[in-house]
Design a protein around this ligand. Structure first.
Ligand code: BMA
Length: 340
């Protein structure tokens, strides 16, 4: 068997803390100084959560879901030297169209940030005659060019893979409704040019386990490993008192990511701390990004907590992959190509 490794650039200064205590038997532990972003972080922004970060040069850049004091969410950029303390812009990201004219969505939330080749892509949720996704690209974090909306409404949780597969861009998404969506499976679609998307395939459905029995959705950009694509996603259960969002883990086939090789039956992190259980929407752990280092195997997971804060959790490649494999339960619809 090959040695387990990440197939990605090493990242110096990945945020890290050895475990104080592991909350459950899963090898994922919280940062002791959580939340890393608290309330009213920027003038005019009441809460930041569900946000994505990436290494850029010697520092880190993030795209943040900022809930303005008028209640409308938008995306703000921020910079950090340590990926823990963030300096967030007071102005929204100024999206332009391909002619350079302002092209702002009415609102934008739950951004993901993924580098493919030399370009950084931001994918977010917005209104496109109903809940759907927007996408923009940048090479310098100064000019942000919005592209054609990738999918029809209703759809959310667009997560791009960090490289092309068999020559095409690949994106996970979660078809939904325009409300609080009481259903939802993860699909994957491909595109030769970031404009035309097709060859849609089913990846995986809600699970039989209570924590993911209502719906699931993609989380952080998949991490390429020698075992397949390591995906952190969210799983939701519907209780008599509302939804509960936990973090789950799966490993997708490297050449055909509609095939789920392993899927962990246990949640990796579930709301337990005050900043996850108490807030604008209680009981939410919503992963949107990782920073990971192929040399050390360290993985830092960024997640929104209670629609109010940003939390940070850690794991190691050599612990999380065996854990997912040991506790894997895949269904027939997970393991098929997903073309019916
Ligand atoms: C989902 C999304 C997320 C949010 C979650 C919990 O439908 O809207 O932005 O974190 O609900 O409210």
């Amino acid at each position: 068997m090959n040695e387990l490794k990440m197939i990605s650039e090493p990242v110096k200064g990945v945020p890290w803390q050895e475990p104080q205590e592991k909350p459950s038997d899963a090898p994922v532990w919280r940062y002791s100084e959580n939340p890393i972003i608290g309330r009213n972080p920027v003038k005019g922004v009441a809460r930041i959560f569900n946000s994505a970060v990436i290494p850029y040069g010697e520092e880190f850049i993030g795209v943040f879901r900022g809930e303005q004091t008028n209640g409308i969410p938008y995306i703000y950029m921020g910079r950090s030297k340590d990926a823990i303390h963030w300096d967030i812009d007071k102005e929204k990201i100024p999206f332009v169209d391909e002619e350079g004219k302002p092209f702002m969505p009415a609102y934008a939330y739950d951004p993901r940030l993924v580098k493919v080749e030399d370009t950084y892509y931001i994918i977010w949720c917005q209104d496109f005659y109903g809940a759907s996704m927007g996408i923009a690209k940048t090479e310098d974090f100064k000019t942000f060019v919005r592209l054609e909306n990738p999918f029809l409404p209703f759809n959310r949780n667009g997560v791009l893979f960090p490289r092309k597969i068999n020559g095409n861009f690949m994106m996970l998404s979660r078809p939904s409704d325009s409300g609080h969506t009481p259903f939802g499976d993860i699909f994957v679609s491909e595109s030769p040019d970031m404009v035309y998307w097709g060859k849609h395939r089913h990846v995986m459905g809600k699970g039989n386990e209570w924590w993911q029995s209502l719906k699931i959705g993609g989380g952080a950009a998949p991490i390429e490993t020698t075992e397949g694509w390591l995906l952190f996603y969210h799983g939701v259960s519907g209780t008599c008192n509302g939804y509960v969002y936990s973090i789950g883990g799966a490993i997708l086939d490297i050449d055909n990511p509609s095939i789920v090789k392993y899927r962990c039956e246990n949640f990796l992190l579930t709301p337990e701390q005050w900043y996850e259980e108490r807030g604008f929407v209680p009981n939410v752990c919503f992963p949107c990004a990782t920073i990971h280092d192929s040399e050390s195997g360290k993985i830092a997971i960024y997640y929104g907590a209670a629609d109010s804060y940003v939390g940070l959790a850690f794991t190691r490649l050599e612990e999380i992959v065996p854990y997912i494999k040991e506790h894997s339960t895949v269904t027939a619809s997970d393991t098929e190509i997903g073309r019916r």
